[in-house]
Write a protein that binds this ligand. Sequence first.
Ligand SMILES: Cc1ncc(COP(=O)(O)O)c(C=O)c1O
Length: 480
Amino acid sequence: MFTLPGKESGTPTTCAGPASTQDLGSSYGDCLEGECSRKPDQKLPELHGVGDPVMFSDSSYLSSRGRMIKWFWDSAEEGYRTYHMDEYDEVKNPSLTQSDMQWVEPSLLQYADWRGHLFLREEVAKFLSFYCKSPAPLKPENVVVLNGCASLFSALATVLCEVGEAFLIPTPYYGAITQHVYLYGNVRLAYVYLDSEVTGTDTRPFQLTVKKLEMALQEANSKGVKVKGLILINPQNPLGDVYSLGELQEYLVFAKRHQLHVVVDEVYMLSVFEESVGYRSILSLERLPDPQRTHVMWATSKDFGMSGLRFGTLYTENQDVATAVASLCRYHGLSGLVQYQMAQLLRDRDWINQVYLPENHARLKAAHAYVSKELRALGIPFLSGGAGFFIWVDLRKYLPEATFEEEMLLWRRFLDKKVLLSFGKAFECKEPGWFRFVFSDKAHRLRLGMQRVRQVLEGEAQVAEDPAPCKTQELSDQRR
Ligand SMILES: Cc1ncc(COP(=O)(O)O)c(C=O)c1O
């Protein structure tokens, strides 16, 4: 949630919304269902078949691929453009203040191993061993560093899949992954649709089960789409939920049974602010069912609030995969100076453990408690699992009709009040009316944001009956 000065009103404006410019990520999707998410007034590109050019008319300078890449940018960024054009002017908080961060030595200015300097990969291996609680020390040779998870998704898609092949991904999911795997790699996503209904076999809303994975895999196969892997985000974005150890093991065994790669995005690994949720990194497992097909990613964008620094890392035991990704690091690699700074940061374990993480978790917890309390006071159901920066909010009762057009209209009403939320369709949620609220912001901005949310919702006639009984509540109340 951000506070912005209102240009016209002169009052600060708030946006409860994405933590990064990616966050309104478009859901181009794999179109397996012929259903791609876009704003109603924007035309979707059609996939004419694997590898066929897609025609866009707005620039004669770009290739068809370039035009399509530009289309994604144009269509996904409206909320963020609005925010940046009208941004609150607050005193900036410099993040890297330690003087030894500024070190420059000649070797840092030379070409280096594209996997990353050994001194950094050693530090990353130690860091991940400690925070992921790996049963044995992780190895620097299994580490590749590059400029963020977005690039890593792109690189992994390209080196693991042929053009037109797919990854399974449970929805709702962080929608920008669609672009990450498609724009360079031409790889699609095959959705495992989850819903809010709690059934006999499911114990919580939007629960991923092996049965649902099997069904989605079969469906993709029946449409002639070859599935190469499964993407898991843990902690989950946008649900703010984590998978239990048992669940992780089941998903990994499923993947092994079908010889699927598993790409685990743990970018929110250190942003678990409720210890009771029992988060487990995949790297903490005593034994991975298929280590050669298990690839883990982490970055500093979220856990250290440094999305502009562009640092991410892959951990994989598969040396072919590590080498192929490293080869693409010629385009996605980090400057020697940033590598040096990252090693300095990651080795500062005392500061991270004693100062940074306790303070960060306390702030996340307080902000989460505040927004939860406000939502409860408004009688709005929501899900939130004690991890990440967001609450998954059920605004279905505010839609006159259960359609994505109505969801978009409501999103626009928030934006008109200068509150930037993310709508469910951007995460390929199959039920219209879910919104992601980002709460990782300062108290005064959250207060302003929630006041504006209240104004929008109180201005809405509550035309719809409460939707079908969905026992939405805080996940932490009903955790395993
Ligand atoms: C789940 C998830 N993965 C990856 C990213 C992108 O990370 P990076 O900044 O390292 O590219 C985001 C950013 O919002 C995210 O939420």
